[in-house]
Design a protein around this ligand. Structure first.
Ligand code: DLL
Length: 435
């Protein structure tokens, strides 16, 4: 355990810390962020009204839309000279969600990630290969600072370059791997093609997250690699990876509650649900300085469990993410909203407004195919024109969303019509399937 004192702290001590930190954070955002001051005023809430952590339910929610409306820096609660880093992820309509960190925030991030790696018993004797993307995405650098904090040897290889990943694992003696779960499957395939027996590699534990995966997939990965596969969860808005992590019991992810208060709500009514009920995860950052979001609605669906865990940690466990309340897809690690694709198509304006996204896993890599209807006239035009238009759409999608897709222009009426909500997405990956 990285920080046994905190990780096994009594629930009553945790509640005390949470109350103090929540009060401080609420005062901070009320003071420094006009958006929150106005929101609290409208709700008739003053920072002094927060007497204990239970009063959190009096506070209004924050949404992704609020981040977008305040793009890029207007929700920051620290002066610009104290911000030392920004990260970003894609938003629903092309505008990014920008998040900021002070020096202390980076420090907090390293701490929660050190705990996360400690959940898989990583110590300074380990070699951690980080195959999450580095850059605006939080995965690479988030794990990086945690692994350095632990004192392990960090191999900051980032994503891709699969042959070299395997070579390094073997030559350097990598003992811990961090990447998306789907990338491990892809690496396994590449290894088989190159005669590398991954079971013989020195890797003993993997920290996998950033996209939904199932318990079945975990079993496959563990068996294929002969490792322990740990589910790690987080989102840029809250800090990045390091919001919660499974321990070796693999029975729910411990939320680092001295930094993040978690609630599960009914996504329709906003009502807070008790342990055991399925609903939307909501997080409040209580130690962040640059971007302490209050009651942030994640749209991720899960269940909370306050029972004591056999590992000895007292921090509440969330069930692995069971779905989303919106239509966000994660394709090769990139968050994609169908509405972003729609706006690219409308912007180009040469197709009909009927489209469908078909997501599948081809040879263990996510595959996105976009079917778009074109007019009868265009469809019967020369093949070259159709190919040009397909290429144009593909280029635009890649440049706006950062994800490559196959585009298929189809005849009018090919895509099934619906009398209700259009079925825009067919996801054959079955990522949220449990057991
Ligand atoms: O994916 C942070 C991260 C990096 C987490 C590396 C774990 C490992 P975003 O790009 O902002 O941040 O995407 C956040 O990804 O709301 C979930 O929908 C999804 N997600 C993240 N981890 C998991 C997981 C990073 N373990 C969004 N299981 C979140 C299922 C996950 N979904």
């Amino acid at each position: 355990m990285w920080n046994p004192e905190v990780e096994t702290m009594s629930r009553s001590d945790l509640a005390k810390i949470q109350t103090e930190r929540l009060q401080k954070t609420v005062a901070r955002v009320y003071q420094n962020v006009p958006f929150y001051r106005q929101k609290f005023d409208e709700a008739g809430i003053k920072p002094e009204d927060i007497k204990s952590v239970a009063d959190i339910t009096k506070l209004p929610f924050t949404t992704k839309q609020d981040l977008r409306d305040n793009y890029p820096f207007n929700l920051f609660a620290a002066p610009q000279e104290e911000i030392v880093r920004v990260h970003a992820s894609s938003g629903t309509t092309g505008k990014m969600t920008v998040v900021g960190y002070t020096k202390n925030d980076i420090n907090t991030w390293a701490e929660v990630m050190a705990r996360t790696l400690g959940c898989g018993e990583v110590t300074k004797k380990d070699i951690v290969q980080i195959a999450y993307g580095y850059g605006l995405f939080t995965g690479g650098l988030g794990v990086h600072y945690g692994a350095e904090r632990v004192g392990a040897i960090v191999v900051p290889i980032s994503g891709g370059n699969t042959k070299r990943q395997l070579q390094i694992m073997k030559d350097f003696g990598t003992t811990a791997l961090a990447c998306t779960p789907s990338y491990t499957l892809y690496m396994a395939e590449e290894a088989a093609e190159n005669g590398v027996n991954i079971k013989d590699l020195p890797v003993k534990v993997g920290f996998f997250g950033a996209e939904p995966w199932s318990n079945n997939m975990r079993r496959d990965i563990e068996e294929m690699w002969n490792i322990k596969a740990i589910d790690i969860y987080g989102l840029s808005e809250i800090i990045g990876p390091g919001v919660s992590s499974e321990c070796l019991e693999q029975d729910g992810l411990h939320v680092w509650e001295d930094h993040f208060i978690v609630e599960v709500i009914d996504p329709e009514t906003g009502e807070v649900l008790p342990d055991g009920s399925k609903g939307e995860l909501v997080f409040t950052c209580i130690t962040k300085e640059a971007l302490p979001l209050i009651r942030y609605r994640t749209r991720d669906i899960s269940i909370l469990n306050h029972e004591k865990c056999a590992c000895g940690r007292t921090h509440v466990r969330m069930h692995r993410v069971m779905g989303r309340t919106d239509d966000m897809l994660i394709i090769r690690g990139v968050n994609v909203f169908p509405s972003q694709i729609e706006s690219v198509l409308l912007e180009i304006g040469e197709t009909e407004p009927h489209y469908q996204l078909i997501v599948d896993r081809e040879g263990n890599l996510d595959d996105l195919e976009i079917w778009v209807e074109v007019s009868e006239r265009l469809f019967s035009d020369e093949v070259r024109r159709l190919e040009e238009l397909e290429a144009k759409i593909r280029r635009e999608i890649l440049s706006v969303l950062g994800v490559s897709a196959r585009v298929k222009l189809v005849e009018p009426k090919t895509i099934a019509r619906s009398e209700g909500k259009a079925k825009r997405v067919i996801d054959r990956r079955d990522v949220y399937r449990q057991e």
